[in-house]
Write a protein that binds this ligand. Structure first.
Ligand code: SF4
Ligand code: SF4
Length: 422
């Protein structure tokens, strides 16, 4: 029954959806790792509950709007995939379902405007920077705004960093060992341009030449997350062309887990379409920078004269969506005098999850506070992570608790460890 409905409504992607539904044996092993189940304790806010709800909608027993509150609260963190012993690919269900639901639901004017604002600003660094500058300027008026608008503003940095105009080629230091292209990340290049700089220096230090194509655009992850599949395809087609024209590459490296996972989804996005082969070729090249350096063999950094305790925070889109857990830890462990600390509940999302902390600020705050406590309890001096969204969320949540623990990208820690020996 479900297979038939899927094929009619979703074409080739329907197969993945049907598999996800049918592979679920309702065992509940995923429940303790699901952040919404952990915080709300409701079956319908668990992976098992959501799989059931989506199935009911697809079989016509429930309307999209009836299921919407529960499906909307899903962070898309994919912790349920990591913990599922039956191999349920929840991501194969939720992504196409969201695209379907987006077309068939009744959004109110506020929701429509908010989503439009996100789509028209975040993936465009120039517009995003302008919007942030306006928001920072109007910070004194924040108290007059409704909660829904106040929460995103509370995530803003105190000042907006200066734009960093990256070169098109960043040369390798010494003998060249590899040539890669870097995806610079829309929000990251505005909020923390120093992360891309640090990444370039670390890659260069390791004998890697980096090409940074000027015409690259948003990876499309935001559009996918919001169920705007046609918009996501426009971004994806552009990037396919840009990276195909970047010359011979050993990898396309990403340093924002959300973007890396977005690029990796092109294969599914174009499943059964003319671009499928090209998307597969791109997928074969995409690697998080930590995994790329680990596989290449990291040049030993000098480290620090005194021991430093660094806690590692797993970004869901790196650990669950891309399965990259050990590589960043190994890189950090290779730094002399770095003591790697592991927080409790490594697998539980910090509440950032793309635009989740903008759309569901209360749940995001609960999760953020839980994460901040677990990280602070390690006794670490600083936190390392591999995603700009997590970095902003964890930094803000730690600040709220009065903690002075700084949060860095893993590449920033490595860059400092090399600089110390220069
Ligand atoms: S662990 Fe897997 S099979 Fe079990 S309820 Fe969760 S999704 Fe279904
Ligand atoms: S993706 Fe995350 S929030 Fe959504 S059901 Fe799975 S574990 Fe829960």
């Amino acid at each position: 029954m479900l297979h038939k409905i899927q094929a009619e409504k979703f074409g080739s992607r329907g197969e993945g959806m049907a598999h996800a539904v049918e592979a679920c044996v309702h065992c509940g092993f995923c429940l303790p790792t699901c952040p919404t189940y952990l915080t709300m304790g409701e079956e319908m806010d668990s992976p098992r509950g959501r799989i059931f709800l989506m199935k009911e909608v697809l079989e016509g027993n429930l309307s999209v709007d009836q299921a919407a509150p529960y499906v909307d609260r899903c962070l898309g963190c994919l912790a349920c995939e990591t913990s599922c012993p039956s191999g349920v690919r929840y991501g194969h269900l939720i992504s196409p379902y969201r695209a379907y639901a987006q077309k068939n639901r009744k959004n109110n004017l506020f929701q429509k405007t908010f989503r439009w604002l996100l789509m028209e600003s975040l993936p465009h660094p120039g517009r995003f920077r302008f919007l942030l500058q306006m928001a920072v300027f109007s910070r004194p008026l924040q108290g007059l705004l409704p909660r829904m608008l106040r929460s995103p503003l509370s995530l803003l940095p105190k000042t907006i960093p200066k734009e960093d105009d990256l070169p098109e080629i960043f040369p390798a230091k010494g003998d060249q060992r590899a040539r890669v292209a870097l995806l610079t990340g829309c929000a990251q290049q505005v909020l923390a341009p120093e992360i891309n700089r640090a990444t370039l220096r670390v890659l260069s230090e390791n004998g890697v030449e980096v090409v940074i194509p000027k015409s690259q655009g948003c990876c499309g992850a935001l559009a996918m997350h919001l169920g705007e599949v046609e918009r996501a395809k426009i971004s994806a087609r552009k990037n396919l062309e840009v990276f195909e024209n970047a010359g011979p590459l050993d990898a396309i490296v990403t340093n924002a887990a959300g973007c890396g996972s977005g690029l990796s989804e092109y294969r599914d996005l174009f499943h059964g379409e003319p671009e499928e082969e090209r998307a597969k070729n791109l997928f074969a090249l995409v690697q998080d920078v930590s995994l790329f350096l680990h596989n290449l063999g990291l040049k030993k950094p000098s480290g620090w004269p005194e021991p430093r305790k660094i806690a590692y925070h797993d970004a869901c889109h790196l650990s669950h969506a891309q399965g990259v857990r050990e590589a960043p830890r190994e890189l950090l462990r290779s730094i002399p005098n770095l003591i790697l600390m592991e927080p409790l509940e490594w697998e539980v999302c910090c509440g950032s999850a793309g635009t989740y902390n903008l759309e569901h600020p209360e749940t995001a705050d609960l999760l953020g506070q839980r994460k901040a406590k677990n990280l602070a309890d390690t006794g670490a001096d600083a936190v390392a992570t591999g995603n700009i969204g997590c970095l902003v969320q964890v930094r803000n949540q730690l600040e709220k608790t009065g903690s002075n623990i700084h949060v860095f990208h893993t590449m920033q820690i490595l860059e400092e460890a090399y600089r110390n020996g220069a």
